[in-house]
Design a protein around this ligand. Structure first.
Ligand SMILES: Nc1ncnc2c1ncn2[C@@H]1O[C@H](COP(=O)(O)OP(=O)(O)OP(=O)(O)O)[C@@H](O)[C@H]1O
Length: 928
């Protein structure tokens, strides 16, 4: 499975693998039939077993259908990073790089905006907010001026640093004066990975791409937008039907001209007023001056007041409800810095852009060169940065921790996407585990913690609040879904893709100018976007397998309304603040209600009525459910791993030891990252490297010209692609013997019981993920089959019942309301396992057998070995003549049928149990 994460850090544990066999694509005509038109019928389509349940014309909708926004408008989101291209370093000499394949370090370019700053020197003693929320370093100053509050030069432009590529001299001029005395070590983060090109010496890659002046583009955007803003205030263009205080485009961009029109003295006074008394009135005045909004939205004021009074707060607001404001306002009022921990560089960039212009912001991510990271840290030490966005991986870096804790007063630590702290969330990230109250409060002396999320169940919230030591009374939570999202569901007929076309061609979708379609697999996105284009629906795909520049292009086209439909994997949408997305269609079942709520939350951020449709079917649910088990481990494997880690003879205490990742992954059948061969199938560049490289100690050493020539790339293209793969987290290079390094401090007394505990914990996480998928499927099934079709629900529209189920799920953690469709046994299962074991001479664990029966590959039992057995199945082409509807034309259809595994509809655990019994019979002992 394609996890498609563009995240900046470690993989989520127990997440399906990147590159498993995709689900079966739908039958596609070789040539589109342009004259086949979908006529919307007058009456709702009657559900039938073999046709789409989606009516050609949906039932009456009370609200007017949204129109596209003015296409001449400036995009509400423009990508600030333009990947620099290399000045062609024509590769002529024997230049070689050592490339080790691993994927724990994900790379992203460094961008830093310096903005006009707001500085303080008020005495904290006089000030209740400074006393309560400011931590324990009252002597701290941030560029103090004589006046209590001062604004930086209003004319100062936002400076955008050129992107850091691969540490080959792309450091900006200005950074030279503030280089740290010591080059940071790569440490535990895998950062600062550098390309070692023998023979280049000091030769620099020049920054060839034009450095876009972010400031000037923002300024011109502002001029265009501010007109709308004014009109909105006059009521001409205010479409805020919810009365949430939304501007017409849901967003007001701050430009310098706007700041310059504001009297700095007013902001200064407003800040001082809030500091002395954080009343509603004082806060609204400050909000208006800094952000231009007239009022707060639901939950904002309550959260801001708590934070300003130094009380750590858990904030749960729906996507697009305005969580960022809840730290943006306090950060202006607080004297010290605000650290915002954010999981994705894309999110950091977006949030950096949204900072009010009076605040200096920067970000640090694990992919920066040490020069750039040092530069930011130096600015931080100088007190020139008020808000710092950091990746959670930073908190694993001792050097960062010691710098940050020694140099700055940290008034506030914000944890964005805080559900990632909990292993019970839909998106647990091990790097978030370090974020504990003990680290944030005791080590960093943070004055206050603000944890924010849009999607967290009761169990997840409890875990997050426990980890961050937030009292249960400090939870600010509003309804889980924004109003005005119309939810509908349909069970697919024979052809899912045709159902999709029917939906898009019928009202209200046919009138919408901005639609996102979510798919599970990368190949699906390409296939569907092509299909839609063939039907004259302007669509493009977006997934993490694409080059960064292509992804940026798709996003920019979409945001400027030049592209109507984006067909994307989960990789699309984080940090996307496009207000006028009219619809989100799920072509694949989301893995959890959390994922569903996040993704539909990208529609209708402008407060207008928007549409969300979920298409589902049994077979893709079974397939997804199987894939949920692809990362799990056996107790047997955990035990073996622990024995190797704590081997007394070869690994004495107190010394650094390592475990080579790839071989360990294979030996213990524990999923590591995408293996090179799988990458090669996906990326020709990797195939070229594998063909032309010498392998030494697990590293691939190769000569750039040879490989670049072999695959028909120029040197620049080659290096760009290499960088791109690094930024996607697929590869790193110049790593020596990539492995896990560790020091044994204390050998656990009983490795066996530790292994049991660890396996139990991992399997609970696995079960939790499976149950989340079951809940989505059951909710969809209930809507289609059992909903009473009252209170606004009908054949397809299920806003009321889905909203009720979502709300129940998030408040009650009600995971098993409806019986699952998965079978607990099959009459032939044991016999099939027996035949399989007799026909293979390899040793298996019950999990390995169950995986094969479910068609899932694993490191020790790759699909190349087992996919041809009839238990696992394999890819094959089916060609058939099919008559097109309404035309009488016969067309040749080609369908690639992918392996599904014979027993995907039988519960994985039940298959494991059966395998265990057969293994006992077969080898005479318990499953080994
Ligand atoms: N009080 C307000 N009045 C009007 N607009 C607001 C207000 N607060 C926030 N906004 C706007 O709402 C939009 C969404 O805000 P923001 O990005 O903070 O949402 P979010 O809750 O963080 O969403 P997500 O979970 O998707 O990241 C932004 O364009 C922001 O400027």
């Amino acid at each position: 499975m394609d996890s498609d994460s563009d995240s900046d850090g470690s993989h989520i544990s127990a997440t399906p693998p990147r590159n498993l066999t995709p689900s079966p694509p739908q039958i596609l005509p070789k040539k589109p039939i342009s004259n086949v038109k979908q006529k919307p019928s007058k009456t709702p389509h009657k559900p039938s077993s073999n046709s789409s349940k989606f009516p050609q014309k949906p039932p009456q909708i009370q609200h007017s259908v949204r129109q596209s926004s003015d296409s001449t408008l400036v995009p509400s989101f423009s990508l600030p990073i333009k990947k620099p291209t290399f000045n062609n370093p024509e590769i002529s000499g024997p230049n070689s790089i050592r490339a080790g394949f691993c994927s724990f370090s994900k790379s992203n370019s460094f961008t830093k905006y310096q903005k006009n700053s707001l500085n303080f020197d008020d005495s904290s003693e006089k000030d209740p907010i400074l006393r309560s929320g400011a931590g324990s370093k009252p002597d701290y100053e941030v560029n103090c001026e004589n006046e209590g509050v001062c604004l930086g030069s209003l004319k100062k432009r936002v400076v955008r640093k050129p992107s850091n590529l691969i540490g080959c001299g792309s450091r900006s001029e200005s950074s030279s004066s503030i280089l740290p005395a010591k080059k940071p070590k790569s440490g535990g983060e895998g950062n600062f990975v550098r390309l070692n090109i023998n023979g280049y010496g000091n030769r620099k890659f020049k920054f060839k791409g034009k450095i876009r002046n972010f400031s000037s583009s923002r300024r011109s955007n502002y001029y265009k937008r501010s007109k709308r803003g004014i009109r909105a205030k006059n009521g001409v263009e205010n479409n805020d039907e919810e009365g949430l205080g939304l501007e017409s485009n849901g967003k007001q961009v701050k430009g310098e001209s706007e700041v310059s029109s504001i009297d700095a003295e007013l902001i200064k006074k407003a800040v001082l007023d809030v500091r002395s008394e954080a009343t509603d009135e004082n806060l609204v005045s400050l909000l208006k001056l800094t952000h231009g909004y007239d009022s707060f939205r639901d939950g904002q004021l309550e959260a801001i007041k708590m934070v300003l009074s130094g009380q750590s707060t858990m904030l749960v607001l729906p996507t697009g409800a305005g969580k960022s404001l809840c730290y943006q306002l306090p950060e202006i009022v607080f004297p010290g810095i605000t650290l915002v921990i954010s999981p994705l560089v894309a999110l950091m960039i977006d949030q950096l852009r949204q900072l009010p212009n009076v605040v200096n912001g920067a970000f640090l991510s694990s992919s920066q060169s040490w020069e750039e990271a040092s530069e930011t840290l130096n600015l931080l030490k100088e007190g020139s940065i008020k808000v710092l966005f950091v990746s959670p991986e930073r908190f694993l870096n001792e050097e960062f921790m010691s710098i940050i804790s020694s140099c700055s007063l940290i008034s506030l630590i914000v944890i964005d996407e805080a559900h990632c702290v909990s292993e019970w969330s839909h998106n647990f990230r091990p790097s978030y585990m370090r974020l504990r109250a003990s680290v944030l409060r005791d080590q960093l002396k943070a004055g206050c913690i603000l944890a924010m999320t849009a999607t967290a169940t009761k169990k997840t919230l409890a875990a997050v609040m426990h980890a961050l030591d937030i009292s249960s009374s400090k939870l600010v939570k509003t309804h889980q879904l924004r109003k005005k999202l119309q939810l509908s569901v349909s069970l697919c007929g024979n052809s899912k893709i045709k159902d999709l076309i029917a939906i898009i061609k019928s009202l209200p979708y046919s009138e919408l100018k901005s639609i996102i379609i979510y798919c599970k697999f990368q190949s699906e996105t390409d296939m569907i976007s092509k299909y839609l284009s063939d039907y004259n629906i302007r669509a493009m795909s977006y997934h993490s397998g694409m080059l960064a520049k292509d992804r940026s292009r798709v996003q920019a086209l979409f945001c400027s309304n030049k592209l109507r439909v984006v067909v994307a994997t989960v990789a699309f949408g984080m940090g996307l603040d496009k207000s006028d997305v009219g619809a989100v269609i799920h072509y694949s079942l989301p893995e959890s209600l959390e994922e569903y709520v996040q993704e539909i939350g990208r529609a209708g951020r402008d407060g207008r009525l928007s549409y969300c449709h979920l298409l589902f079917d049994d077979s893709s649910y079974f397939r997804l459910r199987s894939l949920m088990y692809s990362d799990g481990v056996d107790e047997y494997a955990v035990n073996k791993l622990l024995c190797e880690i704590f081997n007394h003879d070869t690994r004495p205490n107190g010394k650094i030891h390592s475990l080579v990742k790839e071989s360990a992954s294979r030996r213990f059948d524990i999923k590591e990252d995408t293996p090179p061969m799988e990458l090669a199938a996906k990326y020709p560049l990797i195939g070229g490297i594998l063909n032309k490289s010498d392998t030494k100690h697990g590293l691939h050493v190769f000569d750039i010209p040879t490989v670049a020539n072999a695959i028909g790339h120029t040197g620049v293209e080659f290096l760009n692609q290499l960088q791109n793969l690094k930024s996607m987290g697929e590869i790193t290079y110049e790593l020596k013997d990539p492995g896990y390094c560790y020091v044994i401090m204390h050998v656990p007394e009983d490795l066996c019981s530790l292994a049991t505990q660890m396996t139990k914990w991992l399997s609970e996480i696995e079960c939790c993920k499976v149950r989340k998928l079951d809940v989505v499927f059951n909710a969809a099934t209930f809507a289609v089959n059992s909903c009473e079709r009252a209170h606004g629900c009908d054949v397809v529209q299920h806003t009321t019942c889905l909203q009720r189920m979502i709300s129940e799920y998030f408040t009650e953690e009600n995971l098993s309301v409806y019986p699952t469709k998965i079978k607990q046994n099959s009459p032939f299962l044991r016999a099939d396992i027996k035949v399989f074991l007799q026909g293979s001479g390899t040793k298996f664990t019950p999990r390995a057998v169950a995986r094969i029966m479910h068609g899932i590959a694993s490191p020790a039992y790759p699909s190349s070995n087992w996919s041809k057995t009839h238990f696992c199945g394999g890819a094959k082409n089916v060609i058939a003549w099919v008559q097109l509807p309404l035309s009488g034309i016969m067309v040749l259809l080609e369908k690639i049928c992918y392996s599904k595994g014979r027993y995907t509809n039988v519960d994985f655990n039940a298959v494991m149990e059966a395998a265990k019994l057969e293994l006992i019979n077969f080898v005479g002992k318990d499953g080994t």
